[in-house]
Design a protein around this ligand. Structure first.
Ligand code: SAM
Length: 349
């Protein structure tokens, strides 16, 4: 087969017919929170600074990916707002007309400072992680005293027009599962749609156990006890959240990656801050795009490598995890230390 015949018919699809549409870019592996389900340890092995992609390198890759059909970019991390002058990267990506949606996932601590500037640079919308409305819980669970800053960040994002605004809530039994109603009402008051996320056994979650998972079914049961009948909104596509409506029409989402994975429609891939391209949140290895960026490879050569890799993709990590008996934490600490690319904060949530 010649190189030329390996180029895809548009859109580029994998072995299961899933298109390449969405790219999540981790811009840093550093974070200013220590959530127990993601970064519970005292010490971490960080990516070396020289390995972190520059904004120009990231933008070049975005250009290559967008030529292959990627039209949604999400900036994440680690905590993406720890990356100096992130709005500069947003402005570079905004110039690419094939990218129709640029979003950011953040813990919100620094958002009030940057919301307006990010909006002016061309950011479309923001998802803020907010697991609790109680500052004492955040202190205990995430080792952060910055709860008020998160709330200020949410408010600033709304004022800046970074909408539709979403709030990610990881639901964990005996931590915040008594706040489902309060968080939903908070979302309503703040014109933000809450997305309840099932606790996942991803890298970093070394203390994960199935008993702590509050399933989609249980979340819906608890909310319907309070609100009455809840309707599922049937929306085709590959969004990870299934959306539901309360009797009065207010909407919320549930991301049931643990009990009802959605691998069959997954069009997402991830780029780590040091340029490792991963085809699945659970993927063991990835394609080293930094090496190609820095060894003089042309855009065409990188594009061909990405194409060939996606065309061979068979990843369905969350489904495989769901099928595994005696499910426990995915990784023990030693294997995370041996390869920090396995960490959720490195591969980007
Ligand atoms: N620092 C940013 C933030 O807090 O949103 C972005 C990175 S964070 C890794 C992205 C998302 O992953 C957050 O909404 C976080 O709650 C979620 N997350 C991390 N570990 C998780 C786990 N074990 N199960 C489910 N969601 C998780």
């Amino acid at each position: 087969m010649t190189e030329l015949t390996r180029l895809p018919a548009y859109p580029l699809t994998d072995r299961f017919g899933r298109p390449l549409r969405s790219l999540r870019i981790s811009v840093t592996d550093r974070c200013n929170m220590r959530c127990s389900y993601c970064m519970p340890e005292q010490e971490y092995v960080w990516l070396p600074r020289h390995s972190i992609l520059t904004f120009e390198e990231i933008d070049r890759l975005v250009g290559i990916f967008s030529n292959l059909g990627v039209d949604r970019i999400r900036l994440t991390g680690g905590e993406p707002l720890l990356r100096h002058e992130l709005s500069g990267l947003v402005a570079l990506i905004r110039r690419r007309s094939a990218v129709r949606d640029i979003s950011l996932t953040t813990n919100g601590i620094l958002l009030a400072r940057w919301a307006e500037e990010l909006r002016s640079a061309g950011l479309d919308r923001v998802t803020v992680s907010l697991d609790t409305l109680r500052p004492d819980r955040m202190q205990e669970f995430a080792r952060s005293s910055r709860h008020a800053d998160v709330l200020a960040g949410i408010s600033a994002a709304r004022s800046a027009g970074l909408t539709p605004l979403k709030l990610n809530v990881v639901v964990i039994r005996d931590y915040n599962d008594d706040e489902l109603f309060d968080l939903l009402e908070f979302g309503r008051r703040n014109e933000a749609e809450v997305r309840f996320i099932e606790y996942m056994d991803v890298g970093g979650a070394t203390g994960w156990s199935f008993q702590q998972v509050v399933s989609r079914r249980e979340i819906l049961e608890r909310l319907s006890e309070r609100y009455g009948r809840i309707h599922a909104l049937y929306e085709p596509g590959s969004a990870p959240a299934e959306r539901f409506a309360l009797p009065d029409g207010a909407c919320f989402g549930v991301i049931a990656s643990t009990t009802a994975p959605f691998c069959s429609s997954c069009d997402r891939s991830r780029l780590t801050a040091d340029g490792r391209w991963l085809l699945c949140l659970y993927g063991e290895s990835g394609l080293d795009l930094r090496a190609m960026l820095r060894d003089g490879s042309t855009d065409d050569e990188i594009s061909r490598e990405i194409t060939a890799t996606w065309q061979e993709r068979t990843d369905r990590g969350a489904e495989e995890r769901a099928e595994s008996p005696d499910r426990g934490a995915l990784y023990q600490l030693a294997s995370l230390r041996a390869d920090p690319h396995r960490e959720m904060h490195t591969r980007g949530g």
